[in-house]
Design a protein around this ligand. Structure first.
Ligand SMILES: CCCCC/C=C\C/C=C\C/C=C\C/C=C\CCCC(=O)SCCNC(=O)CCNC(=O)[C@H](O)C(C)(C)COP(=O)(O)OP(=O)(O)OC[C@H]1O[C@@H](n2cnc3c(N)ncnc32)[C@H](O)[C@@H]1OP(=O)(O)O
Length: 166
């Protein structure tokens, strides 16, 4: 993994304005949600959609819970990561403080789902966000809300984690 100062430099660049429809950059190469180099990851690709973000995403066999059905934690991971893309539009780093997911119907391995997320409110350091995961037939499969709390980039350094503090 890149050293922390180098990673922070790339994050600064990622918070530039992104045109509507543009594909948004991964948080970093090994991010579980979107990193292209994480062999366990979802490799989520998100784009700006107006004031929000959207993605098309298919889960694979690595993310199975009950046979044929996506593990609920995998669904939560992808939604949480999608919120991480919203932060590029908000223009400030933030971290998930609370995440709720309503699992309305099973998400199936191999099906391509449509995801959308947007900011629903802001109060001091708190960002309120919401997301939906919709099946190809238009059925709502999961809905989510979350509270993110804004942090400085120093939050991601000095964590007592050798790989990050190097
Ligand atoms: C994030 C990606 C975007 C890029 C950001 C830039 C650089 C970093 C980039 C990437 C990172 C790499 C990849 C990950 C990318 C995306 C994945 C998705 C995001 C995540 O995977 S991220 C990881 C999981 N996440 C955590 O690791 C957080 C652990 N946690 C903490 O680090 C502290 O907990 C902290 C800092 C959050 C707060 O701590 P604190 O001490 O600073 O603040 P405090 O506790 O006082 O709360 C402040 C205000 O939130 C209110 N509040 C609290 N809880 C609430 C609730 N449940 N409902 C409503 N309001 C609530 C309080 O009432 C108060 O409100 P008020 O200010 O009005 O009093």
């Amino acid at each position: 993994m890149a050293d922390m100062p180098a990673l922070l430099a790339t994050w600064e660049q990622k918070f530039r304005p992104h045109p509507d429809g543009a594909e948004l950059p991964a948080h970093h190469d090994h991010c579980l949600g979107c990193g292209p180099d994480n062999p366990h990851g979802h490799r989520l690709q998100a784009r700006r959609q107006g004031d929000g973000v959207a993605a098309s995403h298919a889960f694979d066999e690595r993310h199975v819970g009950a046979p044929g059905i996506v593990h609920g934690g995998a669904v939560a991971t992808v939604i949480d990561d999608l919120y991480g893309f919203l932060l590029y539009l908000v223009g400030t780093p933030a971290v998930t403080r609370q995440l709720t997911v309503d699992y309305l119907a099973p998400a199936l391995i191999g099906a391509t789902y449509h995801l959308e997320a947007s900011v629903t409110g802001r109060e001091g350091r708190k960002l309120f966000v919401a997301a939906t995961l919709t099946a190809p037939d238009g059925r709502s499969v999961a809905t989510s809300t979350a509270v993110f709390v804004t942090v400085g980039v120093d939050h991601f350094g000095r964590r007592g984690v050798p790989s990050l503090d190097a």
